[in-house]
Design a protein around this ligand. Structure first.
Ligand SMILES: N[C@@H](CCC(=O)N[C@@H](CS)C(=O)NCC(=O)O)C(=O)O
Length: 243
């Protein structure tokens, strides 16, 4: 199996045992929303695709005429992403990441070092629970190239300052082995990937450390694959389009 960066990833034997069979692992299905808008969907998709973890993708266009029926049939929270595996539904992005990490412990989704791993989980959770001003004002929208300077409002600058503090801190303390928060690309980076796209879309000025980190995320082959598909999508979600 090949990772997104071209290196080869061997499925660990204990992962096979936990999943039951090799076949069971190849039957992972990740249900996602529109690639242009669904920032939560991007996170586990990117983590899994970059790591070379095999999965089938099921895209359910957000809020179109079949949305409610389709999502209710597979997701208890009626939200995407949701991972389907062996009759089980795993919803909530971080729960999906942890589930996949248990199936593929050799995939490097979290850092090997315990201190780094604790830090990675803390910043991933901080992303999951917070930055609501930025998320509300700057919806992910990969198609738009005309939003530089837009999306500002109360709380947004504070969110950006804290995010950049996290990135600088991770890069300084743990990032020496690569271009990402903990060196190699992993789950913490996947959690922040939609923020990277927002800071780019809305033209936020960054210091060199954060700008370089953002460029590294946007340059990932797996992210390019997601973006290309997003740009081909026909759907428009009016509430995520700002003027
Ligand atoms: N806390 C959830 C958030 C998931 C979420 O809000 N997904 C959005 C799409 S990006 C969704 O399904 N929205 C549908 C709705 O609000 O009805 C997670 O971590 O997965």
């Amino acid at each position: 199996m090949t990772r997104g960066d071209g290196s080869v990833y061997t499925v660990p034997r204990n992962a096979r045992n936990r999943a039951g069979t090799q076949n069971a692992m190849s039957e992972l299905t990740l249900a996602i929303g529109n690639k242009n808008y669904s920032s939560w969907s991007l996170r586990p998709w990117l983590a899994m695709r970059h790591a070379g973890i095999p999965f089938e993708e099921r895209l359910i266009p957000l809020f179109d005429e079949n949305w409610e029926e389709a999502i209710a049939a597979i997701s208890p929270s009626r939200r995407v992403p949701v991972l389907l595996h062996g009759g089980r539904a795993v919803w909530e992005t971080l729960a999906i990441v942890e589930y996949v990490n248990e199936l593929f412990p050799g995939a490097g989704l979290w850092p090997a070092d315990r201190d780094a791993r604790a830090h990675a989980r803390a910043v991933a959770n901080e992303m999951h629970a917070g930055f609501t001003a930025l998320r509300d004002r700057m919806p992910m929208n990969l198609r738009r190239g005309d939003l530089k300077g837009k999306g500002r409002g109360p709380g947004v600058e504070d969110d950006i300052a804290r995010i950049c503090e996290i990135w600088r801190d991770c890069r300084t303390r743990w990032g020496a082995g690569g271009e990402f928060l903990f060196g190699a690309f992993g789950a913490a980076d996947a959690m922040y990937a939609p923020v990277v796209t927002r800071l780019d879309t809305y033209g936020v000025d960054l210091d060199e450390t954060c700008a370089a980190y953002g460029r590294a995320v946007l340059s990932l082959p797996a992210f390019a694959e997601w973006r290309e598909a997003a740009l081909r999508e026909p759907w428009v979600v009016a509430e995520d389009e700002i003027d």
